[in-house]
Design a protein around this ligand. Structure first.
Ligand code: PHE
Length: 468
């Protein structure tokens, strides 16, 4: 690539800009609705313990690999893997396909979040309490499409504004607010107390114990393995790897910065946000709905269970609900920005067109397919069964194919490429930068990338294909 082309690529202003932007991508709906739910389901502290160990080993390995590939090649996923090894160009296509599939349905979910934000900010939170509210909203034809378009418009605006003036600038504003609000709501959650119709009183602090203290009741070896697989799948999604995002962000990160310290900080922020999301949600749900209230995950937790919890809190619940949906909106926007950016930067690198043209092109695609995803809950409703036993409509199909199949495949092939084809040295050299920086946990990295990570990913894939 000549100098002129290179200078046209955006870049972050420095190490902090990169860390905040990458952390904003990582901290998303996964942290807020999936982590707390899995922790509640998988024995509290047991899940958290597995998650932290995996984050320090498996997560750190994948994140380091992708960011280093991006920085070393100066390319986004579509073209970067070919530079690493000319026989692996195809991996770039699969890695770039993942955000293409995710962007439209993430925007549809972003639209739901905006709808709830509007409901709470206009003081109508009580309307959201009934069980059928969420279902009838997504069953409508126009409203979900309109909210999706507004969400998408915010995403497009930020990506269109560029790496520094858009992504970095907005992340720097939204992330600190998000973290402060999460801490405020978490502290508030611990002060809760409620006596239900049966005269049983539960408190937020008891809920915190349910969340943090390992619960070995009924734990068998097989169940423990399932907990590990849950933690693995969650971690994988949470740090935004295997979809080209971290490769693109790595390519925008400053050449002379300390990669290892950036990676550690991104992981720290992501794990902290997930842990705090649990403190924010589990004690509240436990206090007002008991253990049974925690059984719904995903959309059910966020759009059905939590409105009930906010309602039970009385007057303050209306405010907590509004703040909560502000948090979720910020997290969702910054994540969807990174998904769109992965596609836009790949198009720019491959076809050498301007960011503005590429953004408009991706925007048109997202509007069309996003609309189809919204219509999947009414006019285009289907019900397809998946090999792992679950089933669903258009959104679930896209989620299943990208998360359960393509992402583990991309990560697995990346491990083989780095571990066995070009060798871990390829990444280690980029991190150490001619001896300038120390690669902490280097041995962990080598063992993980060559053996442990591929094995874990292979098992995750088998699980997705319904083998066990
Ligand atoms: N990592 C984000 C989360 O934890 C989700 C995400 C998925 C972000 C896909 C970008 C792309 O929710």
């Amino acid at each position: 690539m000549n100098k002129k082309e290179k200078s046209k690529r955006g870049s972050f202003t420095g190490q902090i800009g990169f860390i905040i932007a990458a952390a904003s991508s990582a901290i998303g709906l996964g942290n807020l609705w999936r982590f707390p739910y899995l922790a509640a389901k998988d024995g509290g502290g047991i899940f958290i313990f597995c998650y932290i160990i995996l984050a320090l080993t498996f997560g750190f390995t994948l994140l380091t690999t992708e960011v280093a590939i991006g920085r070393k090649t100066g390319q986004s996923s579509l073209t970067a893997y070919k530079v690493v090894n000319k026989n692996f160009g195809w991996l770039g296509y699969i890695a770039s396909l993942v955000p293409v599939i995710i962007l439209p349905y993430y925007s549809a979910i972003g639209g739901w979040v905006l709808k709830y934000l509007t409901v709470y900010c206009t003081g109508k939170g009580q309307e959201a309490v009934s069980d059928s509210y969420f279902g009838s909203f997504i069953g409508e034809i126009w409203a979900p499409i309109i909210f999706m378009l507004i969400f998408l418009a915010c995403t497009i605006y930020i990506v269109y504004s560029g790496v520094e003036k858009g992504i970095e600038r907005f992340s720097k504003i939204l992330m600190p607010i998000l973290l402060v609000l999460i801490i405020v709501i978490s502290v508030q959650a611990l002060t809760l107390k409620y006596t239900d119709d049966n005269g049983i009183t539960r408190t937020g602090l008891e809920g915190l114990k349910v969340y943090l203290i390992p619960n070995f009741e009924g734990m068998t070896f097989k169940k423990f393995l399932l907990v590990i697989m849950d933690a693995l799948g969650q971690l994988f999604f949470s740090i935004s790897v295997a979809m080209g995002i971290m490769v693109a962000y790595g390519s925008y990160s400053p050449k002379d910065s300390n990669l290892m310290s950036s990676i550690n900080q991104i992981e720290l922020f992501d794990s902290l946000a997930a842990l705090l999301a649990g403190v924010m949600i589990i004690p509240a749900v436990f206090t007002f709905s008991g253990i049974e209230g925690m059984s719904s995950g995903g959309p059910g937790l966020m759009f059905v269970s939590l409105p009930k919890v906010f309602d039970s809190m009385g007057f303050i619940g209306a405010i907590v609900g509004a703040v909560f949906f502000i948090i979720v909106t910020f997290a969702a926007v910054t994540s969807s920005v990174s998904i769109m950016e992965a596609i836009v930067s790949s198009i720019c690198d491959k076809w050498h067109i301007s960011r503005h043209k590429a953004t408009i092109f991706v925007a048109i695609y997202a509007v069309i397919v996003g609309t189809i995803v919204c219509l999947g809950f009414n006019l285009l409703s289907v019900d397809v069964s998946f090999p792992n036993g679950s089933s669903g409509g258009i959104l679930d199909i896209m989620d299943y194919v990208s998360n359960n199949w393509l992402m583990p495949i991309v990560a697995l092939v990346t491990c083989i490429l780095v571990g066995w084809v070009v060798g871990p040295k390829y990444i280690i050299e980029e991190v150490e930068d001619e001896g300038k920086y120390k690669f902490g946990r280097k041995w962990v990295y080598i063992i993980m990338i060559k053996i442990v990570a591929p094995v874990l990913l292979f098992v995750l894939l088998l699980q997705a294909f319904g083998v066990f």
